[in-house]
Write a protein that binds this ligand. Structure first.
Ligand SMILES: Cc1cc2nc3c(=O)[nH]c(=O)nc-3n(C[C@H](O)[C@H](O)[C@H](O)COP(=O)(O)OP(=O)(O)OC[C@H]3O[C@@H](n4cnc5c(N)ncnc54)[C@H](O)[C@@H]3O)c2cc1C
Length: 462
């Protein structure tokens, strides 16, 4: 069987894949997206559909067109946290940058349409089944295209196949830095429905969260004032939740969903862990969910996937032009861009996730809703308001509400976690510029993690 030859083969036509292929095409490379779904089904992905701002999308496709076609609610000005025990609300305004909720299917169609318009090939109904590798270098993939075997050669394979990417099971990473410390318990299982209400809801300017058992949350994200994306998830290191039943119970209690119509249902897994320490191997790069480019606290992965796709293809183009794509060093700049941008933030957020896992969710919710938001922020801030010392800040906070001793300890520990998160970010800022110093960097990062585990008593996640 003759192979089709491309500079870049992108596996998966989600956000990461579409932005990677569009960038590669704009760089003048021959690029193809291999997508297992049909043209009708492509873009149909389980998602909460919420996006924080649009400015972070790489400018390689027509972003105005994307917005006009799919951003159905650009008016999200606040996040609302509901206390399930007391029905109290914590309202957090977004400030100047409004968020959006999108029609996810249309969004997914437009990014693919745009990748094709700027020059990438698009092969639908193409299921990648294996990775081809010679002397440790990835050289292409094999697939089944419309029922027939197909073979692709590539200078670089970009793995954008999502959270459960099969490619990583098929590749031998033993001679590379590629992060293989990945386990199902670092993921979240999530489910959502699109529900059309009879009457407009009164929170069409807000994304609404409610904590659930097992350190997850329920969400209500308004695509329009009557089309609501309602979903929930749980961390897979906890007891499994019956997601469909739990969602049903919640929706039945909320009057806005009386006589409402369920228009779509879908579930999926998403990574809720730090981003991969290294997402490159000779001839291979992983982007988006396939490299855990998701905020581990909120599950937001669309902006990270778009940026990662763009950075990966930019680095691939440079390496291909220098005929060095068969080395990790030539693709490394992509790792550095990720880790010094959202990688450091997500690694820090992950600490709060792990720390939260050592508490009963009711205690945490009690603490958070007992405190005025600004004072909570002040209490745990690394740089204090008007450089107030931590002890003084805590006393100020404690004066404002009647608390229990448990809350005092929890809050103190939270402040310590916050300090370690700051140290962790500093280490990520020093992510090495090449693979030679990678192991040293990792040892420094792991030393910070050891301090964190000692403080919290949490089981190591990695
Ligand atoms: C329930 C849920 C709610 C979420 N809510 C939000 C939210 O509100 N906001 C937000 O920003 N993020 C949210 N996320 C996360 C976000 O959806 C993902 O981070 C983002 O879609 C990742 O994009 P991606 O391109 O990496 O992967 P995906 O969008 O998953 O795309 C992967 C693509 O690869 C294809 N594929 C897989 N295997 C193969 C194969 N072997 N051969 C060919 N093709 C293949 C798939 O068909 C798919 O099209 C949510 C996720 C879930 C599960």
């Amino acid at each position: 069987m003759p192979a089709e030859s491309y500079d870049v083969v992108v596996v998966g036509g989600g956000t990461a894949g579409a932005f990677a292929a569009a960038t590669a095409a704009r760089e003048g490379l021959d690029a193809v997206i291999l997508e297992r779904k049909s043209p009708d089904q492509a873009g149909h992905i389980a998602c909460g559909d919420a996006i924080k701002g649009t400015s972070t999308f790489p400018d390689v496709i027509d972003l105005d067109y994307l917005r006009e076609e799919s951003f159905t609610n650009e008016n999200i000005e606040r996040a609302v946290f509901l206390n399930p025990q007391t029905d109290e609300k914590l309202d957090i305004p977004f400030g100047e940058t409004a968020g959006s909720v999108v029609d996810r299917k249309r969004y997914g169609e437009v990014i693919l349409e745009e990748a094709e318009r700027v020059g990438a090939d698009l092969h639908y109904d193409t299921v990648v089944q294996d990775v081809r590798q010679e002397d440790g270098v990835v050289t292409g993939v094999t697939a089944v295209r419309k029922g027939s075997p197909a073979k692709y050669d590539a200078e670089v394979v970009i793995d954008a196949a999502g959270a459960l990417s099969l490619l990583q099971d098929k590749t031998d990473f033993s001679a590379s830095t590629f992060d293989t410390n990945v386990n199902y318990s670092q993921f979240c299982s999530a489910y959502r429905e699109i529900i059309e209400t009879e009457e407009p809801v009164d929170y069409d300017d807000a994304i609404v969260f409610k904590p659930t058992e097992e350190l997850g949350y329920l969400w209500y994200f308004p695509r329009t004032d009557r089309d609501i994306n309602v979903g929930l998830g749980f961390q897979m290191n906890k007891e499994p939740m019956k997601l469909v039943d739990a969602l049903k119970r919640d929706v039945e209690q909320r009057s806005e969903f009386d006589n409402a119509t369920v228009k779509d249902k879908l579930g999926a897994a998403l990574p809720t862990r730090r981003t991969y320490d290294s997402a490159v191997a000779p001839g291979y790069m992983a982007v988006g969910d396939a490299a855990a480019h998701v905020n581990p606290c909120t599950g937001g992965g669309i902006p990270g996937a778009a940026k990662a796709g763009h950075w990966a293809a930019t680095a691939a183009a440079e390496a291909i032009s220098e005929a060095t794509a068969d080395t990790e060093a030539a693709l490394w700049e992509y790792n550095r861009e990720v880790q010094t941008d959202f990688g450091k933030r997500f690694a820090a957020m992950d600490l709060y996730n792990i720390w939260g896992g050592t508490y009963d969710v009711d205690d945490l919710v009690g603490l958070i809703t007992a405190l005025p938001g600004q004072q909570l922020a002040d209490a745990v801030a690394r740089e204090g308001t008007a450089s107030m010392g931590l002890g003084l800040k805590l006393k100020t906070v404690l004066k404002t509400f009647d608390t229990r001793l448990k809350n005092w300890r929890t809050l103190y520990e939270l402040a310590q976690v916050n300090r370690i998160a700051g140290r962790l970010k500093d280490v990520y800022d020093e992510y090495p510029s090449g693979p030679e110093e990678f192991e040293d960097w990792r040892a420094r990062r792991d030393a910070v993690m050891d301090d964190f585990y000692e403080l919290t008593g949490a089981d190591p996640k990695y």
